[in-house]
Write a protein that binds this ligand. Sequence first.
Ligand code: NAD
Length: 466
Amino acid sequence: MDPHTDLLQGVDATETVSRLRTAFDTGRTKPLIWRKTQLRALRRLLTEHEQVFTAALHADLGKNTTEAYTTEIGFTVNEIDHTLRHLDRWLRPRRVSVPLSLAPARARTVREPLGTVLIISPWNYPLQLTLAPLVAALAAGNCAVVKPSELAPATSAALAHWLPQVLDPQAVAVVEGGVAETTALLEQRFDHVFYTGNGTVGRIVMAAAARHLTPVTLELGGKSPAVVEPGADLATAARRIAWGKFMNSGQTCVAPDYILAIGETAAGIEPHLVAAIREMYGDDPATSADYGRIVNERHFDRLTTLLTDGRTVTGGEHDRPARYIAPTVLADVTPDSAVMREEIFGPILPIVPVPDLDAAISFITERDKPLALYAFTASQRSKRRLTTETSSGALAFGVPNAHLTVPGLPFGGVGESGLGRYHGSYSLDTFSHTKAVLDKPLLLDTLRLAYPPFTRRKERVLRRVV
Ligand code: NAD
């Protein structure tokens, strides 16, 4: 059977995984040249067939072309370029010093691929969140099974069609499908499972992986707060928060989930948010080509039940057949309201007033550790306090979402927001095993001192050198 057809049907999880395992055992994925060839082929696919993916992202999420490029296609191309630029160095063995008691000897660390890995990705950035981990897996020399989200069917189909054509089909398989297919895959033994999505499924993934003692990376979500302090430039803060929140209609894992507004900023930021939304999406965002749609009816229905909390400052309009929800700002939201109970993951921005920074810090630390914490403040002291007194996957001052685009920064959560990290060299850490290698020549048996029978003299010397 044509291996491509087999990949597209992708039903037999056992067969797919064992085929990839066999390919890994031949050593074909280990040479640097193989890895770079895969990355370059992926890069070519994205640049030469950009329209295919842009159209798929539009079909799935109403993503406009610019956003599809900056947050998905271009983002992945940058990740590939950064990896290609630094891969030789990242893979170089590292010399480490050896204690005197072992001299003469040499020690180093060597990175080796893990084997065959599983990448399960979500629907909100269905291209980036599938391919960035795949770039990492291939750069580290692994075989990979990729399971895109069934909730972004056009992007999933495009990946299933194109990846086996440009990548080594013996080393990369795309399995399309939902819970049944993912469950079948999770029964297999992988050498790493990389999951992006929600914490409930994250627990299922981790439990399944535990049966094989397979390590996992869980890239999860949660409520990422944006703290706004008096003294910050509210117009700029509002523009940046609105940008980070309403891109992809709020369906971004690192989007500011709510504003923790200190003191007078709660009222002060309202008109600036209204102005920022109008500036970006016009008087009627429903007609803006730059504003996306909710992924499906289930999420639409979930989100519209949250629209009644607090006082509506702007937005609130919605249209089920079009899966449209206007960029919405809710003020005077209380911590116990429905919109504050779970990650919103949609275009609804609550403003929660707090009296001071102490209250803001307590608010954050009493809840699950966020994937990202944002703060808009002019005070260095507040920045220092937020850095040392709170815990989150990332902390960014002055701008939301953008830390992902700094290739030298790790991306990942902590606690409920995830386990592990990737991007740049951190991706290599995630998808490699760092092996300890010690090399002691046999010529001179300097270890004699350590062998029994022990004497007082031996012990005296050993105590000095060990
Ligand atoms: P989703 O529904 O697309 O699910 C993700 C993957 O899990 C899909 O491939 C799906 O097929 C699979 N899956 C679903 N149910 C399963 C089950 N019972 N067993 C096995 N596999 C199953 O995505 P989602 O969870 O709706 O994504 C949204 C969540 O993901 C949000 O919480 C968001 O914050 C988070 N997220 C995190 C990141 C990050 O990088 N940290 C990025 C994007 C989204």
